[in-house]
Write a protein of this length. Structure first.
Length: 181
């Protein structure tokens, strides 16, 4: 069950939907009672005319276009989190001949699910923010090349928004890294 629904205002404007219509569609998509975001007849007719909803046997349901509105978002967060997860080191040296584990091995682990939920709450479907986070992580990895033992575990890294320290740095190669530090 979902615990929140994020509304991205530019997306609503681009689609020509109002917040109430979007919430109504989201509740139907997540199989929750749509009466939590009741619509007037004009708003329902608008969603039907624009092919987001259809009436089947006296029941209103999402069309393919209506489902795609939410499934595209789900696919984006899966792809975005997978990119960060696979880029983030699994383990690093502890400086004493052993290793520290920074994240679980598989995306199906409970740790990965927790991290994904936290990451989703941070980026809220914002592709630009995701791109900045990935670039910042790559910068951090490049800068830490010889001191990886100080990396945080992934869950802490997300909680503390650690990428923000690296967001404005533009390091392109190892030579630039050495010369700029």
């Amino acid at each position: 069950m979902i615990d929140s629904i994020t509304i991205h205002i530019p997306t609503l404007i681009g689609l020509g939907l109002n917040a109430n219509q979007y919430m109504h569609l989201a509740l139907i998509y997540h199989q929750l009672p749509p009466n939590l975001a009741p619509l007037g007849h004009e708003e329902i007719d608008d969603l039907i005319n624009r092919d987001y909803l259809r009436v089947v046997f006296m029941t209103v349901e999402l069309t393919d276009k209506g489902r795609d509105l939410f499934e595209a978002s789900d696919r984006f967060i899966d792809k975005a989190f997978n990119e960060v997860y696979n880029l983030y080191p699994r383990q690093v040296s502890d400086g004493r001949g052993g290793y520290r584990v920074l994240r679980a091995k598989g995306l199906d682990s409970e740790d990965a699910k927790i991290c994904k939920k936290k990451y989703e709450a941070v980026i809220k479907g914002n592709k630009d923010l995701h791109s900045k986070i990935v670039k910042s992580l790559k910068t951090e990895l490049l800068m830490r090349k010889n001191s990886m033992m100080y990396m945080q575990n992934l869950q802490t890294w997300i909680n503390q928004r650690a990428w923000e320290k690296y967001m404005d740095l533009d390091i392109e190669s190892d030579d630039e890294r050495v010369n700029s530090i």
